[in-house]
Design a protein around this ligand. Structure first.
Ligand code: ADP
Ligand code: MG
Length: 324
């Protein structure tokens, strides 16, 4: 492709709502339909042949449900640990993205392979998150007796407005272990689905062996990590709101069109963003911008194309140097 325009690389992180919206039962059919609708948006990004794309996605609802199913069937089939459940949900969401995005690309006449990768992400076995489970997964449960008996067996819950939700450790992602493969697939022109569900949390033992551990990594942070590692031009975090708001839901609600890292971190420090929702997106966006000097955007899934091209969502840009 000598002399052609430069290929730009975007990493997009798709929210769980894009896959299993609240209020649905979450059957395979429903999830496939929702993923297909999300992929219609993603396919529009790929009509530009000079755009390379990596997709990462959440799995919170799916992994929580799978874990619960394992527990309920424990007398019949041995329950699988959380890292197995992460890998399993990553795989089912991954192949469904491949099927549905492949179909959408066909409709647009775009000939690109979609490759879902089982992805491991390195974490530190000493990460303090392992002693303080914080990430809510699965459905809200209202059966207090179930919650109390599970708590007695060491399962952690957080109380919500709609009952309880299970919480699990969410360590900081350190390195994407499939990075070299992601690069090779991108060079080959493929669209790569990687670090889904935050990636399978993996630690390196003192003898060098890699081993899955029971945790769920935040998908926004795992997506941002991969974007940094790949030197992506854009990180787009796509969700169910138009971007980042100050006084979200309050009388002085104000949506930010563009904000620099220093200002955004200031708002975060004042607690402007939901801890398990907008907080990690803001953190992921700031980290990407600081480490690459690029621009990150947080936007509604339906605005994916406009967001990546700078016309929608909240753009997070490098802080202006302090005048000396
Ligand atoms: P996803 O599944 O895409 O990761 P989350 O539910 O984790 O979505 O995060 C998006 C949600 O963050 C929004 O639906 C909104 O309710 C919530 N949120 C919390 N604080 C803010 C804020 N300051 N601005 C915008 N949205 C916010
Ligand atoms: Mg989220």
């Amino acid at each position: 492709m000598q002399g052609g325009p430069p290929v730009t690389l975007a990493v997009i992180a798709l929210g769980g709502n894009a896959i299993a919206p609240a209020g649905t039962a979450g059957t395979a059919e429903e999830q496939t339909g929702t993923i297909a609708r999300a992929m219609d948006q993603v396919a529009r990004l790929l009509q530009d042949p000079d755009r390379a794309l990596v997709i990462t996605h959440g799995n919170g609802p799916q992994v929580g449900n799978l874990l619960r199913k394992n527990e309920l069937a424990r007398d019949i089939v041995p329950p699988m640990p959380l890292d197995w459940c992460v890998a399993q949900t990553q795989a089912t969401i991954g192949f469904t993205i491949a099927n549905t995005l492949g179909r959408a690309l066909e409709r647009h006449g775009v000939d690109r392979a979609v490759v879902p990768l089982v992805s491991r992400v390195l974490v530190d076995a000493g990460d303090p998150a392992f002693d303080a489970p914080q990430k809510p997964i699965g459905a809200h449960v209202t059966d207090e007796a179930y919650v109390r008996s599970a708590e007695a067996q060491g399962v952690a819950f957080v109380e919500t407005s709609r009952g309880w939700r299970r919480v699990v450790p969410s360590p900081t992602p350190i390195a994407s272990l499939e990075l070299a493969t992601v690069r090779a697939m991108l060079e080959d022109g493929a669209v790569v689905v990687a670090n889904g569900g935050g990636g399978v949390p993996t630690v390196r033992d003192p003898d060098g062996a890699l081993r899955g551990v029971e945790a769920v990594i935040d998908k926004d942070l795992a997506g941002a990590l991969l974007a940094v590692e790949l030197g992506a031009d854009r990180l787009a975090i796509l969700t169910d709101v138009a971007g980042v708001a100050l006084d979200f839901g309050g009388p002085d609600e104000r949506w930010l069109a563009e904000v620099d890292v220093a200002e955004l971190r200031g708002h975060a420090a004042r607690g402007a963003f939901g801890a398990g929702s907008m907080g990690p997106k803001v953190e992921a966006a700031c980290g990407f911008v600081e480490r690459t000097g690029g621009t990150a955007v947080i936007a509604r899934l339906e605005d994916a194309l406009d967001a990546i091209e700078g016309r929608a969502g909240t753009r997070v840009v490098p802080s202006r140097p302090v005048p000396s």
